[in-house]
Design a protein around this ligand. Structure first.
Ligand code: ME8
Length: 687
């Protein structure tokens, strides 16, 4: 039977800077949903990529002294670039689009022309407000306190000849789409779009630029480049081969099942994107889901604010899966969440090390200790337990109903079994419901409720007590351990979309074969072969020492900040010439340090008593205490300019200035006083 299709996308990222944990959050969440759909048996197309045009990139490249193409190539393909990051984070995208790819450029030119030929794109003059960093045009009424409503920065007046897209023509149909269908979720975002953008009146959208060149040229009007958002949004179709020969999956996968996007770009995806598709008479995507932001100290992370968190650093320190898990377990996907290193470590310790890690390591250790690594035949699911499979599959009974059906007396250990098995068998449905509603945090909360139940089951059954009398309790002990392995397996299957690497190891440890790693098997008790080999392997999630890890992280972050600074900052060389006579007016002399001491109440100043060859001591103050201790300078011959007018510093007179060489490297300033050898007596003139 042909598999059902599922096409899911992330936004394509601006490679204007290295990506941070906020971008990672979005991609990892999309990855978990894509993996979940594959687990369920869908034919998934998961697309991500990079959005490489626009003024911001052109400006950045100029600053870096390279061409825009070289600039984006480095950030996308280079070491620790975008592609490297997704590989590291185990992101399972099926395709990666770069908007500088030839096939995309070709399609965009055709799309632009189609809308122009139809009369939905026309030429006019743009006058308005423009936010350069966001590459967004705004009307006066959309500004917040005169600033860009997205980033809060200043906007500039802009006027240029430009092409416009008749967005206003589609306002009614877009409004209807948002208000009367489930196109946009969470629902709260619909009100925001309708009240802030559609109802105040949708104006036609400026869709070409002449003020810069780094974009896709409008092929019938040289000098104009296509507005970056038109170029970017159509990536979702060009990557499938729309109006190009590179791919031919458009019929198969379009319309997309869901575009996952951050909340600040919901406007583009839920208003402009459907309007352009309507103009092109193309089917609309089925859904746009707008997720929240990861905040740092209450504000959005951004490179320009200098408050970004580096996913490379965190995954190197804690592991890729721990980071993936933390992001999806902690923050409800539709809302904003506050990132902190403490919260990250706490989540790893509580859920992964304590709950999941302990369940796995205690269970496998006991199978090893009491049964030499494989449970005996007969330890598996009983007939009654197999019957539970049918009960849950057929009727989705509640736990109490099942208990009633079996009618267990109080304290009967079988009651614990049924409770555990029931919780495990009800899990997949709850999990599925959460995942279908883009609530990975809820899905994970359900899995961890069952993991908690399983840990409680260990305490209820006290296997160590059963083991004291193997003859009498051996069979019961084996069954208890089988149940623990089986519940671990089911949780493992459902954790696969989140922590795929760790689940592989988990399955190897509990001896789960392929048939025990499937979606179907996550709702089927008794799948694990009863005497499969169990290996107590490495501890999947070691506990982290919070204090130590926080200190190490702080140090590593400071180091990374330093490394990110330009390696050497050179003072620009002055080009204005100085005539020789003017230069000769500077009186440079060799001066010998007779005494040197720190100036009280000053962190920087040293007071020098100098022999300048005149027979009268000269006092000079110099702010170099960070670089020299006073004692080490006594007896040295330095260079001073002695004909500067005297200056008071901290109440003391400074009669000249000592010369030194200053150099900054990776944010660290180095300073060397200029010294001359003993052959030069104090007072010698330097020329
Ligand atoms: O917007 N928390 O690219 P982008 C959560 N090129 N998500 C965050 C985040 C944070 N702190 N910071 C960024 C663009 N993101 C366009 C997309 S799509 C046709 C074009 C998310 O690199 C942000 O919300 O600026 C957005 O969804 C994505 O990262 C890409 O941001």
């Amino acid at each position: 039977m042909e598999k059902e299709k599922f096409y899911i996308t992330t936004p394509i990222y601006y490679p204007s800077d290295k990506l941070h944990i906020g971008h990672t959050y979005c991609t990892v969440a999309t990855d978990a949903i894509a993996r979940y759909k594959r687990l369920k048996g869908f034919d998934v197309m998961f697309l991500t990529g990079t959005d490489e045009h626009g003024q911001k990139i052109e400006d950045k490249a100029r600053e870096a002294g390279v061409s825009p193409q070289e600039f984006v190539d480095h950030i996308v393909e280079g070491q620790r670039g975008v592609k490297d990051l997704w590989k590291l984070m185990n992101v399972s995208n099926d395709r990666f689009i770069r908007t500088t790819d030839d096939y995309h450029v070709e399609s965009i030119q055709k799309i632009f022309r189609k809308m122009y030929d139809k009369g939905d794109i026309y030429k006019g003059t743009y006058k308005g407000k423009y936010c350069k960093p966001c590459e967004s045009f705004w009307t006066e009424s959309q500004l917040v306190d005169g600033k860009c409503p997205d980033c809060g920065r200043d906007v500039i007046d802009a006027e240029e000849e430009a092409y416009f897209f008749r967005l206003s023509k589609y306002a009614g149909r877009v409004r209807d789409l948002l208000v009367n269908t489930d196109f946009l979720e969470p629902r709260s975002r619909v009100n925001e779009m309708v009240n802030n953008f559609i109802d105040p009146g949708l104006e036609d959208l400026c869709v070409s630029r002449t003020s810069f060149t780094w974009g896709i040229p409008v092929d019938f009007d040289p000098g104009h480049v296509v507005y970056v958002w038109v170029d970017a949004l159509f990536n979702y179709m060009t990557a499938l081969g729309y109006l190009n020969e590179r791919y031919d999956d458009c019929e198969k996968y379009w319309p997309a099942d869901v575009h996952i996007v951050g909340k600040e770009i919901v406007r583009f995806h839920s208003i402009i994107w459907p309007a352009m598709l309507m103009s092109m008479e193309l089917p609309l995507p089925k859904k746009v889901f707008g997720h929240g932001w990861l905040l740092l100290d209450g504000g959005k992370m951004s490179k320009s604010k200098g408050n970004v968190v580096d996913p490379y650093l965190l995954s190197e320190k804690f592991g890729v899966d721990a980071l993936r898990f933390f992001l999806l377990r902690t923050f409800p996907f539709g809302s904003d969440g506050n990132f902190s290193n403490e919260l990250l470590i706490q989540t790893i310790n509580t859920d992964l090390a304590n709950d999941l890690g302990n369940l796995l390591s205690r269970t496998t250790a006991m199978v090893n200790k009491y049964f030499g690594g494989a449970l005996p035949e007969g330890s598996g699911a009983t007939e009654d337990e197999q019957y539970l499979n049918g009960l849950y599959a057929d009727a989705r009974r509640s736990r109490s109903e099942v208990n009633l059906a079996f009618n267990f007396p109080e304290g009967d250990p079988v009651k614990f079994d049924v409770e555990l098995i029931s919780a495990a068998l009800m899990l997949r449905e709850k999990y599925e419901d959460a995942m279908e509603h883009f609530a990975p945090h809820t899905a994970l909360a359900e899995v961890f409720r069952v993991i908690d139940r399983a840990n409680k089951y260990i305490d209820e059954n006290a296997p160590w007590a059963l083991a004291k009398n193997m003859e009498q309790n051996g069979a019961r002990l084996a069954h208890v351990l089988y149940n623990l392995l089986e519940v671990t397996r089911i949780c493992g299957v459902l954790l696969m979309p989140f922590i795929p690497g760790s689940c592989e190891k988990l399955f190897a440890q509990i001896g789960a074969a392929e048939d025990g790693r499937t979606w179907a098997s996550a709702a089927r008790w008794g799948t694990l072969a009863e005497s499969s080999a169990v290996n107590k392997g490495e501890n999947l999630f070691p506990r982290i020492d919070m204090e130590k890890a926080l200190t190490e992280l702080e140090e590593a972050e400071a180091e990374a900040r330093k490394a990110a600074l330009p390696p050497i900052e050179l003072e620009p060389q002055l080009t204005e010439p100085v005539d020789f006579d003017t230069f000769c007016k500077n009186d440079f002399r060799a001066v010998k340090v007779k005494a040197c001491e720190a100036v009280k109440k000053s962190a920087k100043l040293l007071r020098f008593t100098l022999d300048d060859g005149t027979g009268t001591d000269r006092q000079i103050l110099s702010g170099i205490h960070a670089y020299y201790e006073p004692e080490e300078l006594v007896g040295k011959t330095l260079v001073a300019i002695v004909n500067l007018p005297p200056r008071k510093m901290m109440g003391l007179e400074s009669q000249g200035m000592l010369l030194s060489a200053v150099h900054t490297e990776k944010g660290e300033e180095k300073l060397n006083l200029i010294m001359v050898g003993d052959a030069i007596p104090a007072g010698a003139k330097l020329c």
